[in-house]
Design a protein around this ligand. Structure first.
Ligand code: PMP
Length: 447
């Protein structure tokens, strides 16, 4: 049992420790007045430290700061660098492309090989490129509405699919509400977004049998509200209900690509009609892809032909630029390999075992969840079955205290809930240091 007073004591003590060890970060923060909220992008304030750590460089699974600290990096750019920072094959390919032009608004020869690699890895035949996963999800929603002629989409309570307004509807006391944090949206998204709890087959059947939903947009395993795994058989039922009701099934595998080679759909089934992968696919270069079946492609082509030429609302000038294509091709040919996944999954299993043993030793009613190379400890006794349960189990102050304690000992978790990623270049020594730091932290919280 951890009491609130202990959390507050650890948080205060760790903030002081951070202040003493990071004078340059504070000086940087004070000088950065030209940025709104002193950072070039406001999410950078979401870390639990009093001011953000200022990155100096990163290589493999290690990051350094301008204060001379070295970190075991389990955040890995919140998945963008899931396969390690600057893998040598990617760095070399980017250096060459940088001297040959970066963006032409024309296809490059390398793109043909890339489309074949995507199809081979993810099992869908046709692909398009965007600049971010958010943009890929927006494009997919637009295509699904366009080809189905249906206005609504269905998402799950607590889901996050990027800057995709349509997915910002939650359940509160079983009623749909617009997410309170959303800025500047003037339309009532509840008119066109149906939201239900994950793993609720009855709610899913009821929603889809109305036959007015264009697509279900789902992470096959929820990863943005803590982690919520699919109950046995749930994804099969989801696939069947989509088929029965003419609803398109979209898997957003941006995070669940950690599950195994090919993502969750390939590793565990079922196959979606469309899928999205962003972040790590370009190794940190901004790009993402969406893939789809031949049947969906035929419907997309027919829709395209039925429209006059002009802006489709899909894509931007920088989509599929030469740098992005080169980055993804280098990643898929040399870095994102079955061997890389073997290492990641072995490392993640070591981390899970270590954390579970320390939780047991400390007598805490917490648990650890694993989605392939993605591991998370949740400060509640049993795995939540849906987003509502997961949200109720969260303890932001406790999480912040743990994160800062670990950061002060050279270990970085992702700033969002307790997410940890194991890359192909994460060493056992790094995993053991994380487990040791976690054990020290639970002791400090119990003192
Ligand atoms: N899909 C999922 C499942 C995500 O977790 C995220 C980001 N956390 C996104 C899409 C959006 O990615 P990006 O911010 O790179 O557009």
């Amino acid at each position: 049992m951890i009491v609130e007073a202990a959390i507050a004591r650890v948080a205060t003590c760790e903030a002081e420790r951070f202040r003493a060890a990071n004078p340059r970060a504070f000086a940087h923060h004070a000088a950065a007045t030209g940025w709104f909220q002193s950072v070039p992008f406001h999410w950078m304030r979401d870390w639990p430290s009093p001011v953000p750590i200022v990155a100096a460089a990163a290589k493999g699974a290690t990051r350094t700061s301008i204060d001379g600290q070295t970190y075991d990096d389990f955040c890995l750019g919140d998945t963008a660098s899931l396969f390690g920072h600057s893998p040598p094959a990617l760095a070399a390919a980017l250096a060459q492309q940088a001297s040959e032009g970066l963006s032409y608004m024309l296809p490059t020869e390398r793109g043909v090989a890339l489309s074949q690699r995507l199809a081979a890895m993810f099992g869908l035949p046709l692909w398009q490129v965007t600049t971010t996963a958010s943009e890929a999800n927006r494009a997919v929603i637009r295509w699904c509405r366009g080809i189905s002629g249906r206005a609504k989409i269905l998402t799950f309570n607590g889901a996050y699919h990027g800057a995709v307004d349509d997915a910002f509807v939650d359940l509160k006391d079983a009623a749909p509400v617009m997410r309170a944090s959303l800025i500047g949206q003037v339309h009532d998204l509840r008119d066109t977004t149906t939201v239900i709890e994950f793993n609720d087959e009855a709610a899913l059947a009821a929603a889809l049998h109305a036959r007015d939903i264009a697509c279900v947009l789902a992470e096959p395993v929820m990863t943005n509200v803590g982690m919520v795994c699919d109950a046995p058989g749930y994804l099969t039922t989801l696939r069947q209900l989509c088929d029965e009701t003419g609803t398109l099934l979209v898997f957003d595998e941006t995070h669940s690509v950690s599950s195994g080679y090919g993502g969750h759909g390939v590793a565990h089934g079922p196959t979606p009609d469309l899928m999205v992968v962003g972040k790590s696919i370009g190794g940190g270069v901004p790009c993402a892809v969406y893939g789809f079946s031949a049947g969906v492609a035929a419907r997309m082509a027919a829709l395209n032909q039925s429209r006059p030429p002009g802006h489709s609302g899909i894509g931007t000038t920088l989509s599929a630029n030469a740098l992005a294509i080169t980055a993804m091709d280098a990643m898929l040919s040399d870095v994102i390999t079955p061997t890389a996944y073997d290492h990641m999954l072995r490392g993640a299993a070591r981390l899970v075992a270590g954390l579970a043993a320390e939780i047991a030793a400390a007598g805490l009613d917490w648990h650890v969840t694993q989605v392939g190379a993605r591991v998370e400890f949740l400060t509640c006794p049993t795995p939540p079955r849906n987003g509502g349960e997961a949200k109720a189990a969260m303890h932001p102050e406790l999480e912040a205290a743990i994160h800062l304690f670990l950061a002060n000992r050279g270990i970085l978790l992702a700033p969002f809930h307790n997410m940890m990623l194991v890359s192909p270049v994460t060493g056992d020594d790094q995993i053991d240091r994380l487990v040791g730091g976690f054990a020290d932290c639970t002791k400090a919280l119990k003192e």
